[in-house]
Design a protein around this ligand. Sequence first.
Ligand code: TYD
Length: 204
Amino acid sequence: MRGIFIVLEGPDGSGKSTMASMIGEYYKQKGREIIFTREPGGTKISEKIRNVILDNDNSEMSYNTEALLYAASRAQLVSEKIKPLLQQGKVVISERYVYSSIVYQGIGRKLGIDKIKLINDFATNDLKPDLVLFFDIDPEKALNRKLSSNNADRLENEKLSFHREVYEGYKEILNYYDEIVPINADKKANELFNEIKNIIDNLN
Ligand code: TYD
């Protein structure tokens, strides 16, 4: 059986986690083995890097450092988990991947799409997902949803204008990456999942 690599992208609080578990459940019912990962994180080393990146105490972190740490966390996740698991024919569902770095660091932090793509091609050895779902929802609405249930981390604490730029960034990169499919995420979980089901049924 061929491995399947699905990535969920979108603003903070756009409902990616809920859909990740519903997609996982769907594949499980089809008899597939599922692995969930999250970025930054997903391995012992990557989780340590995650703590450094998101720590509100690290306000002096340069944007270049931030971009490299996200790429480093991803490099470990790809080599230790994603690649071998795909080779074993598993279904890997990841919340966030290279596209987050392109929009948060490349566009939001203004480091440039090309530079972020370069370090991430290196970090991932050019591993591309089979499908990237972009959860299209107003960033303010999504963020409020998230902040009502959690304390904000260093990136969530960014100004709303940053989150708006990130959102516009996602819309911009839809033009460059064929693998990204936008879905209107401003709806109930069941409705959203039905839409996703149609898309993943057409994979392969
Ligand atoms: P997390 O709490 O995992 O947020 P979410 O549940 O929305 O994914 O925090 C990840 C934060 O890091 C989030 O604000 C997006 C940001 N991020 C980047 O800026 N660049 C990246 O490459 C990745 C993977 C995440």
